[in-house]
Design a binder for this molecule. Structure first.
Ligand code: NI
Ligand code: MN
Length: 229
């Protein structure tokens, strides 16, 4: 299983021959500069999973979905909004699981807010637990630390890794994300939602130290680079 990081909360996860793109915010990302547009024009996705409607998670979803014919997986409100634009979608809501050809998705709680870029109501924000015969992972979306995270190890297969926001201000910061890693019983964490804007700049070394002090690994992927897990 291959993971590529495109900045903020955008990841391309390739598993069992399928390409899953999460929260595409690439062309407007100030860290991408000129690369962003080329990536958006060339990236391939079979499915686009959106955790909530904020611009820093959905900015490039429409153009990529239309070019690739990708299916959007998100909550009912967000999928309905994209369907009015002629984009395929599969609607879910909190607590629901569904089997797809790449594996099973469970939509889990996130404590945050959500609205679409034109002001349309976007329902509740969420995270996803994705599991198949190769891998199980949790992608938290934008969220505060919440006791609901303790439900994940009780209700889902054992996590191989998790993608957690660590940038503070709009989401969990480092110390809450370390607790989240404990709540979800996962030792391998990939950080997201940091460094993109001034409000969420972090110190990488101290972040990694905070995780390692609790026996956890914090992976901070360089922009546009991939790793195999
Ligand atoms: Ni957000
Ligand atoms: Mn965000």
């Amino acid at each position: 299983m291959k993971v590529t990081y495109y900045g903020q909360s955008c990841f391309l996860i390739e598993t069992l021959g399928q390409k899953l793109l999460f929260d595409p915010f690439i062309s407007p990302n100030p860290l991408q500069s000129e690369n962003g547009k080329a990536i958006v024009n060339n990236i391939e996705a079979d499915y686009i999973l959106l955790t909530h409607g904020h611009g820093d998670h959905v900015a490039d979803a429409e153009s990529i979905a239309k070019r690739c014919g990708a299916t959007i997986i998100s909550n009912y409100e967000i999928v309905s909004w994209y369907q009015t634009k002629g984009i395929k979608g599969h609607p879910m809501n909190l607590g629901g699981s569904k089997s797809f050809d790449f594996g099973t998705v469970k939509m889990v709680n996130a404590v945050h807010s959500s609205v679409l870029p034109d002001g349309t109501y976007a329902g509740n924000p969420s995270g996803f637990v994705v599991s198949n015969t190769e891998i199980t992972f949790y992608i938290a979306g934008d969220t505060a630390l919440t006791m609901d995270m303790k439900l994940i190890p009780m209700t889902c297969p054992k996590l191989d890794f998790a993608i957690l926001p660590i940038g503070d201000n709009f989401t969990m910061g480092i110390s809450d994300a370390v607790l989240a890693a404990q709540f979800i019983e996962c030792d391998k964490i990939i950080g997201c939602h940091y460094d993109t804007f001034g409000y969420i700049k972090i110190n990488h070394a101290s972040a990694q130290k905070a995780f390692s002090a609790k026996g956890k690994e914090l992976i901070l992927l360089p922009l546009n680079e991939s790793t195999t897990l």
